[in-house]
Design a protein around this ligand. Structure first.
Ligand SMILES: Cc1cc2nc3c(=O)[nH]c(=O)nc-3n(C[C@H](O)[C@H](O)[C@H](O)COP(=O)(O)OP(=O)(O)OC[C@H]3O[C@@H](n4cnc5c(N)ncnc54)[C@H](O)[C@@H]3O)c2cc1C
Length: 439
């Protein structure tokens, strides 16, 4: 008997193989299309447990699909597609219960009329499951921390087919692990987050030309260091995309407050001679989220990301140098600090709480670039990444033990590995930034 036929008996009508539209939907993620043995699209938690229990007992690897914006298409094994787990409900205290397959844009749309929001990401289509289990950096990070910092409860189906409710008081070690440990510990079918007031926002864009990038970087750092938690921003350094789009620094910013206060806080940036456009206005939290591009562009992105503990002049100069090189280079700096930094490093599995910013730097090369070109561009990106202290897994399209080791300091990784041994000793949930069970 095959996995598909066994599943069809165990969860009738929910198991899908090649040729079925549910199979195609389940095997497709942002980064590409995989070839799993089967896709199961359960409608209930009991069906998730039955499918997971069956595949795990057979030693089959299990991948989970929530919003499908992951960076790893999978071949072989089972994909559990949570497309039916999209219910979202908010109560009078601002606790919002979200199905494990919902998208963040839908969460924002439900919370908006209540004047609420939950710290999440910047993009509507990204799934609650992958983003929240991996950390979750977005527009409210300085006010509420990461998405995992707003998390109060998770319903998890383990490799043994058990359905557990995790919180600070129920399976607290496992609750700690799923807040940053990704999809390593089971299938999260339901999340409960604490929402916060997110109305009265003003935000938008400030664009600069490329004439003095170091000055923009320094002014941005100083503005964010002096600014309140309610001020959130990211600074992108964009390469030119043809004559119509010359590239340059682009600030995305949001403040809980009014327009004059935002101008006051941004004054050192707005006074720079390289400013070419200021577009700031009242905005709803849900409008701050953007639609994702249709898929991964067909280029090689050579670089990586990391948490930056100190945006020193030397760190900013390295960023400016990486951006100034001949190969088109994209940089993103997301301001952290604020509530993000007030969470104890050992309170969740994301320990890099001293970080001032998250840095992504990538040289963009054609898919047929030579090994020499790749090596040269990697060296340039690495010079900027040398100022970082740990990788943010959700932004890393690379997998393997060395990537996992760069995401967690040794003590955090050991704790995660011990929990993994208890809950998934056969490592069936390994289609991710894998945490191998402790020996
Ligand atoms: C266009 C784009 C924009 C992004 N913007 C941001 C951003 O602003 N902030 C940020 O922090 N990240 C961002 N990310 C990264 C994003 O957080 C990760 O790619 C994340 O894994 C996507 O989650 P998903 O549920 O959409 O993906 P999926 O492909 O469905 O899942 C990815 C992985 O997460 C795990 N997983 C997902 N759901 C579950 C679940 N319910 N139970 C158990 N495991 C699960 C599985 O291991 C799965 O392989 C972005 C990614 C893209 C492509």
């Amino acid at each position: 008997m095959s996995l598909l036929s066994d599943l069809s008996e165990r969860v009738p009508g929910r198991a899908h193989g090649p040729g079925a539209s549910e199979y195609d939907a389940g095997r497709t993620v942002f980064a590409g299309v995989g070839e799993p043995d089967a896709v199961v699209r359960p409608h209930t938690v009991d069906e998730v447990a039955a499918a997971v229990g069956l595949a795990a007992a057979a030693g089959m690897p299990i991948a989970v699909r929530s919003g499908g914006h992951g960076l790893l298409p999978v071949d072989g094994g089972l994909v559990v597609d949570l497309a039916e787990f999209t219910a979202i409900e908010v109560d009078a205290t601002g606790l919002v219960t979200v199905g494990g397959g919902a998208h963040w844009g839908d969460v924002a749309a439900v919370l908006g009329p209540h004047g609420l929001g939950v710290s999440s990401g910047d993009t509507r289509d990204v799934g609650v499951g992958g983003l929240a289990l991996g950390g979750g950096v977005g527009w409210l990070v300085r006010e509420q921390g990461l998405a995992i910092d707003a998390l109060r409860e998770v319903e998890l189906v383990t490799a043994a087919g058990e359905v557990l409710t995790l919180s600070e008081t129920s399976h607290p070690e496992l609750f700690w692990a799923v807040r940053g440990g990704g999809g390593n510990f089971g299938v999260a079918t339901r999340f409960v987050f604490q929402a916060i007031p997110a109305d009265g926002l003003v935000g938008g864009l400030v664009r600069f030309d490329r004439s003095d990038v170091p000055a923009v970087l320094r002014a941005w750092r100083d503005v964010m260091r002096a600014g309140p938690d309610e001020l959130n921003s990211s600074l992108m350094l964009l390469p030119p995309f043809g004559p119509e789009m010359p590239g340059g620094p682009q600030l995305g910013v949001a403040l809980k407050g009014d327009e004059s206060r935002l101008h006051e806080l941004l004054a050192p940036l707005l006074a720079l001679p390289s400013v070419v456009e200021v577009s700031l206005a009242p905005v709803a939290y849900s409008e701050l989220l953007e639609d994702a591009p249709p898929g991964r562009p067909p280029f090689l992105f050579v670089g990586g990301n990391g948490f930056v503990p100190d945006l020193s002049d030397a760190a900013l100069d390295a960023v400016a140098a990486a951006y100034a090189r001949e190969v088109p280079t994209m940089v993103l700096l997301r301001a952290l600090g604020g509530a993000f930094s007030r969470v104890a490093p050992d309170a969740t599995a994301i320990p890099h709480r001293d970080a001032e910013a998250l840095l992504i730097v990538n040289g963009v090369l054609a898919a047929d670039a030579s090994p020499e070109q790749l090596a040269a561009v990697k060296a340039g990106s690495d010079a900027a990444l040398a100022f970082t202290s740990g990788t943010y897994g959700n932004f890393s399209a690379e997998y393997g033990p060395e990537v996992t080791a760069s995401m967690y300091p040794p003590a955090t990784l050991e704790r995660l590995r011990r929990i993994k041994r208890q809950v998934d000793p056969g490592n069936v949930f390994r289609r991710n930034h894998n945490i191998a069970p402790a020996d």
